[in-house]
Write a protein that binds this ligand. Structure first.
Ligand SMILES: [Zn+2]
Length: 852
């Protein structure tokens, strides 16, 4: 009896689920039906966006597939939706492989008819919140079985949509908006809901701008997304954004400067896509602009990076962003609503699909040609890049090869000794180059040669200097490796050089030695500290058992670590292995030259308690870079302090206090600054970066002085007027262009180092800095001028004439002893966007070596 009941019950369940499935199939729910409100009436949370995307995949499995490709730092899912025709969806994997074959990245012949691939990314800037609303409507249109138009476009196009690239940022904005909004939204531009609080929803969890991270991929969102992107390499990539609410809409063609590596075809197609968009915007009487503001130069945007990977890359910008809320009354009296903003991005998405579909054959053909040229006829003067391998460069080279792997850039090793002519990045001259067998070689004869050229060439040719981002990023400087660019083609073997056997033959040595040259070594040190291993550091270079060691070499003696017994050897060796650090062992504490291990200049390194300032007034980006450095790059504990209660923090709880760039007038008033100084005098170490250093310059007890004070600039003006009496008669139309003579937008400069100072350990005589401001400092009379610019230290990138003048004879890195403590001035930000690998050791020096 019980059995029958069970069966009946099961039967009823089957009937019920069949019925629901049927009903659902009959009517695919629109976003409004699913969410319970019309798009635009309120903001949709990320959880609900995810729900709807998954709902569509469940309802229309013949049209859409959804993949969770990762999670954000805060644990939110990252999704990709693949939409294709009934014929193409089951063969997605074949289409993907075909596409890589077209690019010469996978081997084999293209099988079956190959559609074009369009990738659209939404909401990479979290508070540009319309994008993830619009994409729900776009998805519905693509999946709706009754939509004949999209059905037709999908016949020869596969669409990949990332509904929300930056869920953590978006959710920060959306939750805040919901908490502060008037019911239904208040259009008054003065309403609270239009003033986002610090830090704003634009960046991700660590306050990185993900739309500056496409090429560097320092963030977990970018890393996971680009791994997928590289599996697909679409022909078209569209990136959906927002700008200020007073502006209407922007679509391609892009503004100048366009990077010279962008092909004529890619330039032309910017116009083609623009025409498709224009048609719809004109029909609706919507305003827009093209060819202004959004250039294609800096390689780490969602338009440029895809462009350098063979796609047509585009930015779309709607007026709105974190300012506009549900409704916003503009200066012209019109009210901009979320509904309007959705409509624009929705149309632009469909216009992009239409353009891709109607030009699919041409797009795939040109894509093939692009990659074929990359492989056989690479552009640019240089055909080979050589990176020198030596004992000092191992850590940085490892970081470089990891980066190349991430980018799918092929590389090899010279395999034999030879000589060639090449451009030396360090001297800026053509020289004879001795290539050694273990040197790393990147050839331009490979599918991704355009990307190689853009990332590695010493000088990027800037056709027009009005770009709004950094103008130089040459990777040899960023990775701090000695490099040459060769005009000749050099064949490289793929064979990795055999690992040089570790030198440790002694079972229980007197001490272990580790050189100090890269971020890997910082990780090694901090992990030993965390395991309670006592580590010393030699302040002087020394020679021992026939080997030379630079200042900064770490020394782990048995003395002081007796408590660990034999575990010491296990821990030290395992930690070195983990971080790729080459250990040496010594049987004595006696050195043939330099200071013996018992000398006062072999310093014990105390494990510092570190605090960093955050909150209102501090630049979220600058703070985030430091936060990310400690938590994600070296895995070291850091305490984040807020400006709003800083005055009440007992500073003696900490050894190091870091002030990122920001405006400190409010938090460091006279009284609080006095507390900070007293703490430094008592032995604290204050590390100040960029504008935080500028804030302290000229203040009582701080020895830093601004170089370009008002006095200097008055002098400069007087001199100019003398040279040209009509100097003041400038043309109004030239005002933007005139302003750039004052600019340095991120250019590479050679910094001369005092290599005997711990702040410079591990670098030798020079460090290449990415300088982004001409607000510089004079050499200090009292204190250590550790890193300076002299007369002729410019390396590459755009610098305005006036700015270039100011960047002569300037202090970049300095320290000042104060009582028993230290102040460290970093005028340049070595952690900028987390991609200047070579700066990370410098920052480690400031935190872990200086003042020990
Ligand atoms: Zn944006």
């Amino acid at each position: 009896m019980q059995n029958i009941m069970k069966r009946l019950f099961a039967f009823a369940l089957v009937l019920l689920s069949l019925q629901t499935a049927l009903a659902q199939q009959q009517a695919l729910q629109t976003p409004a039906q699913f969410l319970g409100y019309t798009l635009g009436q309120e903001f949709t949370t990320h959880a609900r966006i995810t729900d709807y995307v998954l709902y569509l995949a469940q309802q229309a499995p013949n049209r859409i597939k959804v993949q969770e490709y990762g999670k954000t730092y805060e644990g939110r899912p990252l999704l990709l939706a693949y939409v294709a025709s009934d014929e193409n969806l089951p063969r997605l994997e074949q289409i993907r492989e075909n596409n890589l074959r077209q690019a010469g990245i996978a081997s084999g012949q293209v099988e079956g008819k190959q559609p074009a691939i369009l990738w659209m990314s939404y909401n990479i800037h979290g508070n540009e919140s319309v994008s993830s609303e619009a994409v729900l409507q776009v998805l519905y249109d693509l999946v709706d079985p009754n939509n004949q138009q999209t059905k037709k476009w999908l016949e020869n196009t596969v669409v990949i949509l990332d509904p929300c690239v930056n869920p953590d940022g978006r959710e920060r904005y959306v939750q805040w908006y919901k908490q502060t909004q008037n019911r239904g939204g208040n259009a008054s531009p003065y309403a609270w809901e239009h003033y986002e609080p610090w830090p704003g929803g634009r960046p991700n969890h660590y306050y990185f701008d993900l739309n500056r991270d496409w090429a560097w991929q320092t963030q977990i969102e970018s890393k996971q997304r680009m791994a997928q992107y590289n599996q697909w390499l679409p022909q078209v990539h569209a990136d959906f954004h927002e700008m200020g609410p007073e502006q209407p809409y922007y679509f391609s063609p892009a503004a100048k400067p366009l990077h010279e590596s962008i092909t004529p075809w890619q330039r032309d197609f910017q116009y083609t896509i623009g025409d498709y968009n224009r048609k719809y915007f004109d029909q609706n009487n919507w305003l827009y602009f093209t060819r202004e503001n959004f250039d294609l130069f800096y390689p780490s945007y969602g338009d440029t990076w895809p462009t350098f990977n063979g796609a047509i890359g585009m930015t779309y910008e709607q007026g709105g962003s974190g300012r506009a809320g549900l409704a916003y009354k503009k200066q012209d009296g019109d009210t901009l609503t979320l509904t309007d903003r959705i409509a624009h991005h929705h149309i632009a998405s469909l216009a992009t699909l239409q353009a891709t579909a109607e030009k699919a054959d041409q797009l795939t053909q040109e894509f093939r040609k692009y990659y074929d040229n990359n492989l056989k006829k690479p552009g640019g003067d240089y055909k080979t890049f050589v990176f020198k391998a030596d004992a000092r460069s191992a850590g940085n080279l490892k970081a470089l090869t990891d980066y190349l792997d991430q980018q799918q850039i092929q590389y090899g090793y010279a395999g034999k000794n030879s000589s060639a002519k090449g451009y030396n990045y360090a001297t800026g001259k053509e020289e004879n180059v001795k290539v050694s067998q273990n040197d790393l070689v990147v050839s331009m004869y490979q599918p991704k040669s355009t990307l190689v050229k853009v990332l590695f060439e010493p000088n990027s040719n800037l056709e027009d200097s009005l770009t709004y981002d950094i103008t130089s990023w040459a990777m040899p400087y960023a990775f701090g490796v000695q490099a040459y660019a060769l005009k000749s083609r050099l064949e490289a073997g793929s064979q990795k050089p055999a690992k040089t056997a570790t030198a440790i033959k002694v079972e229980r040595p007197f001490a272990y030695l580790a050189r100090w040259n890269s971020l890997q070594d910082v990780k090694f040190l901090t992990e030993l500290m965390a395991q309670k291993v006592k580590v010393r550091m030699s302040e002087k270079p020394f020679e021992m058992e026939g080997k030379q060691y630079d200042a900064g070499t770490l020394i782990i003696t048995r003395t002081g670590n007796e408590g660990m017994g034999d575990k010491l050897d296990v821990v030290v060796r395992a930690t070195a292995e983990k971080h790729g650090v080459l250990l040496q062992a010594s049987t004595t504490g006696f050195v043939s030259s330099g200071a013996d291990f018992g000398s006062g200049s072999v310093r014990f390194l105390k494990m510092p308690k570190v605090a960093v300032m955050s909150g209102e007034g501090v630049s979220p980006y600058a703070f985030g870079e430091i936060w990310h450095y400690f938590e994600q790059q070296i895995g070291y504990p850091v305490t984040v302090l807020g400006t709003n209660y800083f005055a009440n923090v007992p500073l003696h709880e900490f050894d190091v206090l870091i002030l990122p760039a920001g405006s400190y007038g409010r938090v460091l008033n006279e009284q609080t600054l006095e507390q900070v100084k007293n703490w430094v005098r008592g032995g604290g170490k204050l590390i100040v970066l960029e504008s935080a250093a500028g804030f302290l310059a000229g203040k009582k007890d701080f020895n830093l002085q601004k170089k370009n004070g008002e006095e200097a600039s008055e002098k400069e003006k007087a001199k100019e007027t003398k040279e040209d009496p009509y100097r003041l008669l400038r043309a109004y139309g030239d005002r933007e262009r005139d302003a750039i003579s004052e600019d340095v937008q991120g250019s590479v400069f050679r910094v001369n180092l005092d290599k005997t100072h711990p702040l410079a350990f591990g670098y030798g005589d020079t460090y290449y800095a990415l300088v982004r401001t001409s607000d510089t400092f004079s050499f200090m009379k009292d204190g250590w001028n550790v890193g300076v610019l002299k007369k002729d230290n410019y390396a590459t990138g755009f610098v305005g004439t006036k700015a270039k003048e100011r960047l002569k004879d300037a202090l970049i890195l300095g320290t000042q002893p104060m009582g028993r403590g230290q102040v460290v001035y970093l005028a340049d930000n070595p952690l900028f966007r987390g991609f200047w690998h070579n700066g990370k050791l410098l920052f480690g020096n400031a935190v872990f070596l200086v003042g020990q």
